[in-house]
Write a protein that binds this ligand. Sequence first.
Ligand code: GAP
Length: 448
Amino acid sequence: MSARPVTMEKITSLCKRRGFVFQSSEIYGGLASCWDYGPLGIELKRNITEAWWRDNIVAREDMVGLDSAILMHPKVWEASGHIAGFTDPLVDCKGCKQRFRADQIPGPKCPECGGELTEARQFNLMFRTFMGPVEDTASTVYLRPETAQGIFVNFQNVLNSSRLKIPFGIGQIGKSFRNEITPGNFLFRTREFEQMEMEFFVRPGDDAKWHEFWKQERFAWYRRYGIRPERLRLREHGADELAHYAKGCADVEYEFPFGWSELEGIANRGDFDLRRHSEMSGKDLSYFDEEARERFLPYVIEPSAGVGRPLLAFLVDAYDEDVAEGEERVVLRLDPRLAPIKAAVFPLLRKAGQPEKAQAIRDILKQHVAVTYDQAGSIGRRYRRQDEVGTPFGITVDHQTMQDDTVTVRDRDTMTQVRMPVDRLIDEIRARLASPAASRPAVAAGGA
Ligand code: GAP
């Protein structure tokens, strides 16, 4: 266990070095706050979104999924309040010309050069573009700033095409865009990002109970995938922090190297959205309860997470430095279910038929899980290359393999090795992937 704190520099450097995340358009100097996921990053991202989808949609009787278009009718954003109210107060420095969010700077002067600032003006965070060849107001459309509205406008479609009864929810994963004034902290605040959102429709009066349920459920989800308890908390919003639609909200927060910050918000949106869309579209979006013979506008509980922020939290939380087999190593103690690669296969020697045997094992395992093969360098160096990207199992083909068809399996966290027959490998890996998260050492005093 390392007493050295994890820093954002260590995480960004690992991400670039090992192909998790690259700066967008890097060969042209990069595009601010936009990031590309590399070969390992996309595996990790897919594992996170698939875990969310499996746990919240597939495994629940009361949830279904949706994939709505990014471009929507402009009236959607009028109804939702985004055209009028999705703004941040913006100030410009008259000296150095930098821009800041007025509510994020400490005093009346420019925090960079001490220069005079302009009056604050409201800046709408939605990206605008034009539909069709004519660039005028009538053809203005917006890149969605949240996936949620795609769910609300499809509420009746989903209801009419399924046999769902309230309480039930609709979940969606997709891209959202916000022209943030001050993006930053790597993947934490970007202008293009992905969200995993649920809108859970309940009977008015049952909303407080369901809000509490989802707060606990979503908090527990991060714990289930291994986030250390001392770096995770649930924080209730004060009345002054609530969004225009929210009756109440709590955030799941993680203690990043730059401080406690939001991973996910769980809001009680009341009937704000369905009411506004009913009014604006003229379509009745109420629900008829057959048993109670009663019609009402459902209330909505919304657990809304990003993908980049949880991904960054999983990386930061898993990052560790220790001494393995006599050498210092970086190890990502990712939950095996989230790890980009599940197993690496190594021939101990580059001769005596061992590479061919190891490649044959790789080919069998590859049909089931993400596997890699590595024959370059000493076996210790090969283990460490995999530890650094969180690969839970290292499978080594050696002299004995050629005689009795057994291999050694090394565990990333305990570094213990067990020998087992090749034909037991896939069952063993599957069993370990189904077991609870890898245990992580407690954070060292004074550590990250
Ligand atoms: N539909 C409600 C909604 O969008 P939000 O609190 O604005 O609520 C939800 O966003 C989540 O989306 C946040 O908790 C965060 O994880 C993610 N998110 C929001 N803005 C982001 C940004 N600029 N960059 C990365 N993630 C962002």
